[in-house]
Every structure is written in C-alpha cells, then in structure tokens.
Write a protein that binds this ligand. Structure first.
Ligand code: GDP
Length: 140
C-alpha cells in the first residue's frame, strides 16, 4: 500500500463544540498520523478560493458563510492510502447517509455543517495541502 498525504479540515461546527480532540482520535485510531496542524480563521476570499470548484452550485454562498463562521483546524494526515482511508473515516457528505461509526454520522449537524473536509483524490490532496502549508511546515 502506498503511503499518502491528504488535507483534512475540522470545520467550524466542530471547533465550536470543542470536538477537535475527539475527531483527531478517530484519525489516529484508524492509523492516520497528523503530521501538520494549525487553527485559523478563513477569510471570505480564502474560503471562496478553496471551494472554487463549487462556485456554480446553489449552496456556494451558504458554504462560504459557514466556513467563515468560526475557526477551522487544517491538518495534513499521512498513512496508507490516506486519501481513501480518510474519506471512509469521514463518512458520506450527508450525515443521514453516513455509515455508523464515521465522524459525520456521529458528529455532523447537517449536510452543510458536516464537521470535516477531506481531499477526494491524490491530485487534489497535493493542491489543497499546498494551499494551506508551506514546505517548511511539513516533515519530509
Ligand atoms: P465532500 O467532499 O463530502 O465534503 O462533499 P462536496 O465536495 O460535494 O461538498 C463540499 C461541501 O459543501 C460539503 O462537505 C458540505 O459542507 C457542503 N455541501 C455539499 N452539498 C451541500 C448541499 O446540498 N447543501 C448545502 N447547504 N451544503 C452542501
């Protein structure tokens, strides 16, 4: 299995409820290592740029408003097949469809306030990691 890195975001609904530690425990219990992490407040421009792929979607403005409504924790997770592994740990976008034991099933408030983001491909992971972290912040 290939060791990969993926970008994770603990979203404002989860930081508001002080769930960072509980969510990080899920990653570590499933064998992913948190190799970089920082808490920050996204500006509107940063949130719009990060979610630019969804610009034409009806929920885009609400999503940007939500992602700037409080602090987020951005992090790089590393492990075997980290991109797919993290998507499995997160669960489906809509918590109503998420499998038991996933972060979104257990913690998400709604399809929008769904507690975590995770890259959906290795290429997007590379781009999303570079969006938030400089080389000096990442262990080789
Ligand atoms: P993800 O890869 O599972 O996060 O899902 P997407 O890339 O499709 O969507 C990005 C984010 O937009 C989701 O995680 C939600 O926070 C939000 N989102 C997705 N679909 C909807 C929707 O139908 N309504 C609203 N309000 N937000 C949505």
């Amino acid at each position: 299995m290939a060791v990969e890195r993926t970008l994770s975001i603990i979203k404002p609904d989860a930081t508001r409820r002080n769930l960072t530690g509980k969510i990080n425990q899920r990653f570590e219990d499933k064998g992913l290592r948190i190799i970089a992490q920082k808490r920050l407040a996204l500006s509107r421009a940063q949130a719009e740029q990060f979610y630019a792929v969804h610009r034409e979607r009806g929920f885009f403005n609400d999503l940007v408003k939500f992602m700037t409504s409080g602090p987020v924790v951005v992090q790089v997770l590393e492990g075997d097949n980290a991109v797919a592994a993290n998507r499995e740990i997160m669960g489906a976008t809509n918590p109503a469809n998420a499998a038991p034991g996933t972060i979104r099933k257990d913690f998400a408030e709604s399809i929008e306030a769904n507690s975590v983001h995770g890259s959906d491909s290795a290429d997007n992971a590379r781009a999303e990691i570079a969006f938030f972290f400089s080389g000096i912040e990442l262990c080789p």
